[in-house]
Design a protein around this ligand. Structure first.
Ligand code: MN
Length: 235
């Protein structure tokens, strides 16, 4: 709760410089689901449990209501210099009723979609932007058969249609805090098109042991750094 409050404070203080990209956990449904799942667990604490513990059942629920609905207003992607897209998971990959690959989605379609709602499944465009994994990087295995993932071909088609050169996403824990997905790198019109994962939750869930990743994008150039994880005690 302190983290999101701090970030919201930063957005209010520096609205021209600080932007938050919505992820799959910025969702009422997901938070309530995790809360139910982690109720019995001593070593994990969900967002809902954190707020209820600090403010009590009645005030806590009141505060939660506002947090949860604020998530529906967060941007789902940020476009830097018209060529670098930052989003949480990936981009919509709808398939036709016969299972063939559908046409890639245009950015204008994403900009126009109704995002002021909760994330309810993994199949509509809004959910896919936040839930997608990578299908074709052996260093980043797919989590389960149920999780949808985008392929190298889908990546090429999406980046080509929208004239993007770089996609930066998060959603999967990587040991070094960031990862350049080399199998997805390709050349279009003499330019290298790249895909990165940046993951800043160090020592994820208290046991990941992963480093904290940071990325700087300046005039199309991406610089990555990582920091040792902060080990915090879990009750
Ligand atoms: Mn995620």
């Amino acid at each position: 709760m302190e983290t999101i409050s701090f970030l919201y404070g930063m957005v209010c203080l520096f609205p021209e410089y600080v932007f938050i990209v919505r992820g799959n956990h910025e969702s009422k449904r997901q938070n309530e689901r995790i809360w139910e799942k982690d109720k019995q667990s001593k070593d994990r604490k969900s967002f809902v449990a954190d707020v209820l513990e600090k403010y009590g059942e009645s005030k806590g629920r009141y505060i939660l209501k506002y947090f949860q609905s604020s998530f529906d207003y967060l941007p789902v992607g940020i476009l830097i210099d018209n060529e670098t897209l930052v989003c949480h998971g990936g981009f919509p990959i709808q398939s036709t009723p016969w299972g063939f690959m559908a046409d890639p989605t245009e950015l204008s379609e994403i900009q126009m979609m109704n995002r002021r709602k909760d994330i309810v499944n993994m199949t509509d465009n809004l959910s896919q932007i936040m839930w997608l994994d990578l299908a074709d990087d052996p260093n980043l295995p797919k989590r389960s058969e149920k999780t949808r993932a985008f392929t190298i071909t889908e990546f090429k088609n999406f980046m080509g249609l929208n004239k993007l050169t770089c996609l930066i996403r998060s959603h999967q824990c990587v040991p070094n805090g960031y990862m350049n997905h080399v199998p997805y790198t390709h050349v279009r019109d003499g330019k290298e098109i790249k895909l990165y994962t940046v993951f800043s939750a160090g020592n994820y869930c208290g046991s990941g042991g992963n480093k904290i990743g940071k990325m700087v994008v300046q005039r199309g150039k991406v610089t990555c750094r990582s920091y040792p994880p902060k080990h915090y005690p879990l009750e």
